[in-house]
Design a binder for this molecule. Structure first.
Ligand code: HEB
Length: 632
């Protein structure tokens, strides 16, 4: 932090501010909507993130860390290094830190960030066409090209109160409430400075100048573009008079002065103190400190909740210590998923935090699953619909898993609780759970989560055997436990997309499935009653095949019929088969037929049942176990 390198001189002899900004921009791309973003993967090293305007000059910060990366090689990932650098910076300047969760895995390129925008991929998944600086969910940006909040104000207009909504939605997408948001902004801006020495800018970024991005155009001679001539955001100044020390001066400054907007040396609107609040006469304007605020900082005074926390933190450093250390740890760790993914030990690794949704430990001795399987088969035999019901229950329980942030999945069986049990897509599943009640009661050490997965797995295996055209051997891995409530599932609710094809492709990606796996899973058996319960007119399966027997009929029906758009009595968009009034498909089914990358697999499965069953077994097992980080 304090060993100066000639290549990029440190402000006030300390790299702390720069390193905090590096880590915050790496982690702050996280959005709870689909779990994308965050520092796990360290995609800030690659396009598109590398070239985001917000990330100007962060290439220099990463460059300063290269010797440490080289020293530890593959044992240290960039993701962990960046987060550890930011966290160490905070600690080295005297602020409290909660700790460090290691275990980030580096991506090989930036493709997983393409949907964060601004890119054509993002426009396809989540278009922002409003042009007023307020993109809707899931976009983490209010201005394209700036992932967070436009520091100069909404659309560059320096009107503080107009920034409030954007700040709240941007930080909300990172999973932060008002107190966390205020603590992070003011705690972060306790450190470092903004850079905008002259109006001519940072020069071309990585897209236009890959070998020397943002060369800097201010000043001349050997210090051109560096040190006091640095241009990053185009604002100039620091928020406090002691920017390498931990204080709550940021909050005291916000409240302690009257501020006026002016154009700084970089040509952008920023704010400076004009008088001391509460002072009169000459004392009010004498010796005003050389500090600044951004329009986005000034916004904290313009909202009752933000103002409340600003006041608390200005008077109570302890309150800020607690709020900032916890919020920083959450910001850095939120995309890592369950606690068990954190490597490391106490005291550096803190105990599980509320946002990590720690599950209770599994019973010391798991039940013998063979007799439970036999009991499930008995329940299955009671009604031909049960196989489809059990597979659906397990699928709905497990398919909330997101490979993007390791959230969701059936472990915990939170599908038994609100809000998850109330989602329209889970309608009727409470009745299915009731069918399993007697089995659950019989085995005290059996968790609901294991029972749900085992019931679905048993049902699928049985249904394939009943079809007589092939069989699947489905493995089961027990050891799940039950959560006490439905906390954390609110962000996992099915996302709405611009159309069914985009939904098909994106849902698969978020779950970590290949198109081939996603198509196989769509061919899972489905009952008419169940489809009607969801509001559709019926199912593609008009006979026992597909309702209680598992084979590749779905693909034949999908490919061999012409599907016409219609609406069910309950108002659901659906498709009906031309000339066959009993067959119905959902938009997500027809999307398979219409998306070339998916349709090819459907064609293959339609021709070869054995191949299909094998693919289904593989994909099923993957989804059922994707959330298991609790292993030895
Ligand atoms: Fe910040 C810096 C904006 C939040 C931390 N920032 C900064 C700047 C700007 C900003 C413009 C400047 C850059 C240059 O260099 O030029 N931010 C902003 C906004 C927001 C924020 C708009 C939202 C509202 N931050 C934040 C947070 C944090 C931070 C949350 C943490 C926690 N920043 C920071 C730092 C810095 C900054 C540390 C300094 C850097 C240096 O020093 O280099």
């Amino acid at each position: 932090m304090v060993t100066e390198q000639a290549s990029w001189p440190a402000d006030l002899g300390h790299y702390g501010g720069l390193m905090i900004r590096l880590a915050w921009h790496c982690a702050g791309s996280y959005r709870s909507w689909d779990g994308r973003g965050g520092c796990d993967g360290a995609r800030q090293r690659f396009l598109p993130e590398m070239a985001w305007d917000d990330n100007t000059n962060l290439d220099k910060a990463r460059e300063l860390l290269v010797p440490i990366k080289e020293k530890y090689g593959d044992a240290l990932t960039w993701g962990d290094l960046i987060v550890l650098a930011g966290t160490t910076a905070i600690e080295s300047m005297g602020a409290p830190v909660l700790g460090f969760c290691a275990g980030r895995i580096d991506d090989v390129d930036g493709t997983a960030s393409l949907e964060l925008g601004p890119t054509p991929e993002q426009q396809a998944v989540a278009p922002c066409t409003r042009g007023d600086g307020m993109c809707e969910q899931p976009l983490g940006q209010t201005t394209m090209g700036l992932i967070y909040v436009n520091p100069e104000g909404l659309m560059g207009n320096p009107v503080p109160k107009n920034s409030v909504a954007g700040i709240r939605s941007s930080f909300g997408r990172m999973g932060m409430n008002d107190s966390e948001t205020v603590a992070l902004i003011g705690g972060g801006h306790a450190f470092g400075k903004t850079h905008g020495a002259c109006p001519t800018g940072a020069g071309p970024g990585p897209l236009k100048s890959p070998s020397n991005p943002w060369p800097g155009t201010c000043g001349s001679g050997p210090m051109k573009g560096r040190g006091p001539n640095t241009f990053t955001s185009g604002f100039e100044g620091s928020w406090t008079t002691r920017p390498t020390e931990w204080t709550n001066q940021y909050f005291r400054n916000l409240l302690g002065f009257d501020w006026v907007k002016h154009k700084g040396p970089g040509g952008h609107w920023q704010w400076k103190p004009t008088s001391r609040k509460g002072a009169t006469g000459a004392a009010a304007t004498a010796d005003l400190p050389n500090i600044m605020m951004l329009t986005a900082d000034m916004a904290l005074l313009e909202d009752p909740e933000y103002l409340k926390y600003t006041k608390i933190f200005s008077q109570d450093l302890e309150a800020l210590n607690t709020a900032f250390s916890h919020a920083w740890y959450k910001l850095m760790t939120r995309d890592m998923g369950p606690y068990s993914r954190c490597l490391g030990k106490a005291p550096m690794l803190p105990p599980p935090q509320p946002f990590q949704l720690q599950l209770p430990a599994p019973p010391a001795k798991l039940p013998d699953f063979a007799p439970i399987r036999a009991d499930i088969v008995n329940v299955l035999k009671a009604d031909t619909e049960n196989a489809a019901k059990f597979t659906r229950l397990a699928w709905q329980c497990a398919n909330t898993f997101r490979a993007t942030d390791y959230a969701g999945g059936c472990n915990g069986a939170r599908i038994r609780f609100s809000p998850q049990k109330d989602w329209p897509s889970n309608k009727g599943l409470d009745q299915v759970l009731k069918l399993l009640d007697p089995v659950k009661k019989k085995y005290p050490s059996l968790s609901w989560a294991d029972l749900i997965v085992l019931a679905g797995t048993t049902a699928l295996q049985q249904a394939a055997a009943d079809a007589g055209s092939g069989s699947v051997d489905l493995k089961f891995c027990g050891g799940r436990t039950d959560a006490a409530d439905g906390q954390g599932t609110d962000v996992l609710e099915p996302r709405s997309y611009v159309n069914a094809s985009v939904a098909l492709a994106d849902n698969a990606k978020v779950m970590g499935l290949t198109p081939r796996e996603a198509v196989a899973l769509a061919g899972m058996l489905r009952s008419t009653a169940q489809q009607q319960g969801l509001g559709y007119s019926g199912s593609w399966a008009s006979s026992a095949a597909g309702q209680s027997r598992q084979d590749n009929s779905y693909f034949k029906v999908l490919l061999n019929n012409i599907w016409e758009p219609s609406k069910s009595a309950a108002g659901k968009e659906e498709f009906k088969a031309k000339g066959n009034p009993k067959l119905f498909m959902m938009p997500s089914d027809v999307a398979i037929k219409r998306s070339p990358a998916f349709a090819a697999h459907a064609g293959e499965y339609a021709k070869d049942n054995a191949k299909f069953l094998q693919a289904l077994a593989g994909a099923w097992t993957k989804v059922m176990n994707a959330d298991r980080f609790d292993g030895p």
